[in-house]
Write a protein that binds this ligand. Structure first.
Ligand code: ADP
Ligand code: MG
Length: 335
């Protein structure tokens, strides 16, 4: 009987400040390496040219660790998926040119992967995977906050994007105002968990009677309240701000559920690492008798398994193929 040869797909993610490499085989992660750039703590935000340099510094050793982790030789890699956009051009270019070198060397197919599609496909690593579509997906990260209508194997459709800041950016900026460091989302979550009263600082939930996301007003309100209060209760403040931001995400998602019949609702992207947000969306799904999906915790934030799983599905012919042709900074939707 002929034996089926395993395929090993190398994924490379360098769109922002995380250098993520992973190897995926038959839908499972067999190696996972990630280095997050702490250097941007000093500037409370990512400096693009420094981010690019740091990716270059890390990528070789992470690749070696991936081969060791998977227990394979370099020649056993079957294909490469590299994030080609959207993201910081310099950072993307480092990952893409490094990957291109490897693909030429080993004569491997190389796919250019959309970072947002990568986030959505982390749902295929969950214990409970989406099987029935369409699924309404909230993508909330540092760079993006949008609602997506996803009918796999078709590409997702963007319903709407934030009008200004993303949810993660708002959390990061408010954390900076409070001197909590960068990235701020996990810090705000940590303080919010200690809160006694999450309604004590009354924030206005944005866009209650409108459709869309907007976080800039909430951020301005936070700045004003910080100035007004000499003695801020940090835990209650973080919880109050987080509650308004998350209520906004919930409100807008719930509105979409009333417009179309979905089989499930999912959250992906860095902000989906938040436990409170996961619980809130889980109960929203329950209220509407829908399945709820979220990635395994470590796959919420940027990582190499994202481009790897998309590339694996391209190699298997499950979804439309996009070979690497270059990198791009802004979101491009598929036809
Ligand atoms: P990118 O925006 O570059 O795609 P990620 O998808 O990794 O990056 O998302 C990073 C964002 O996720 C940051 O804004 C960070 O503050 C936020 N984040 C990470 N963990 C949490 C958390 N536990 N709660 C809320 N936000 C979080
Ligand atoms: Mg991301």
């Amino acid at each position: 009987m002929a034996t089926v040869k395993n395929t090993y797909i190398l994924g490379i993610e360098t769109s922002c400040d995380d250098t993520g490499l992973a190897i995926v085989s038959n839908g499972e992660i067999v190696a996972f390496e990630k280095s997050s750039q702490g250097i941007h703590q000093n500037t409370n935000g990512v400096v693009p040219q420094i981010a690019a340099q740091e990716h270059l510094r890390e990528i070789n050793s992470l690749f070696q660790s991936c081969l060791d982790g998977a227990g394979i030789e370099i020649e056993e890699i079957s294909a490469i998926g590299v994030t080609s956009g959207p993201g910081l051009i310099g950072s993307l270019a480092v990952g893409a040119s490094w990957a291109l070198g490897l693909s030429q060397n080993l004569n491997l197919p190389i796919y250019g992967i959309n970072h947002l599609e990568g986030h959505v496909f982390t749902l295929f690593f969950s214990d409970e995977k989406p099987k029935k579509f369409p699924v309404l997906v909230l993508l909330a990260s540092g760079g993006h906050t949008m609602l997506l209508d996803w009918s796999y194997p078709k590409a997702f459709k963007r319903i709407f994007n934030t009008r200004d800041d993303s949810a993660g950016e708002a959390l990061d900026k408010v954390a900076t105002m409070l001197n909590l460091g960068f990235p701020g989302g996990p810090e705000i979550e940590r303080h919010a968990e200690q809160a006694k009263d999450e309604l004590s600082y009354r924030f206005t939930v944005p866009m209650r009677n409108k459709t869309g996301f907007s976080f800039s007003g909430l951020k301005t309100e936070a700045r004003k309240k910080i100035r007004e209060h000499d003695e801020l209760n940090l835990a209650d403040f973080c919880a109050s701000f987080q509650k308004a931001a998350f209520d906004h995400l919930l409100d807008q998602s719930e509105k979409q559920l009333s417009l179309k019949q979905y089989h499930g609702i999912a959250i992906v992207g860095g902000v989906s690492a938040n436990q409170k947000l996961r619980k809130q969306f889980q109960s929203l799904a329950q209220d509407h008798s829908l399945c709820f999906f979220a990635p395994p915790l470590k796959l919420s934030t940027d990582n190499g398994a994202m481009p790897a799983i998309v590339a694996e599905k391209m190699l298997n012919g499950e979804i439309e193929t996009s070979f690497l042709t270059g990198v791009y900074s802004r979101f491009k939707s598929k036809k």
